[in-house]
Design a protein around this ligand. Sequence first.
Ligand code: PAF
Length: 280
Amino acid sequence: MQTIYSRLELNDAIDPTRNRSGSLGFVPTMGALHEGHFSLVEKALSTCDYTVVSIFVNPKQFNNSEDYDCYPRQVESDLRLLEKLGVDTVYLPNYAALFSETNPAATVDLHGLDSVLEGASRPGHFRGVVEVVYALLDHINPTHLFLGLKDFQQVLIIKNMIHNLGLPVSVVACETRREASGLAMSSRNQRLSPSQQEDAAVLYRILKNFKNKQALHSPEHLISEGIEEISRALLVVDYLAVVDAKTLSALDSFGPSAIACVAATCHGVRLIDNLPLWDD
Ligand code: PAF
């Protein structure tokens, strides 16, 4: 596995694959890797001829400096894990390399998808995400981009940016990996003790309630029931919503494209999750 810090070295590593018209898979990460990331990497390895993983904790997408400072950083162990998985190249760019050029994602129209749910609570977050993803795609020029559906809104917004800027890359959206309790895997879970993680599992139970009870109750009823249950588990709810999976507009009745989304703070750690409510 090659560990690469500059765009020049990156070109040397991946040009042979590009020149053979081979497929190049890319998994962007902020490190602190867990099984959710591994499933993206495994999917990339099994789909593409060559796999690049990036590790970069992007300050532009943190609207809270404490959250940025507390974000877990463990590059050495991440590299060992990626090597074991069989990744070809890990790219570790720095801020100046990524953000010194004009970035069209800084102004691309996100059609308001970035101002609801996570975007309402974290102003500027998705603009920071699309800017870094654009810069990484520009450096790596992959054929396939692998993203996790735990960050469902992020996947929708990145797809939108790719479409609007006409970038030649296919997005492969991968299912959320969960602990046995149902808790969605996230780098932030590391900041919770095992018993706090059990508390956090209330989020998935609530989302499953939406799926199981949608024929019996309105979104409004299940949202107020869910908020009460989350609060009883001592989490602080930021939002619990049923929205259309394409437009993210709030729904007052369940329909074929409804998805339930939740964000809550558990013992000081902000967690998000979602569950599509249509049948698989
Ligand atoms: O989902 C993440 O870890 C980040 O938002 C991403 C896509 C790596 C961009 O920094």
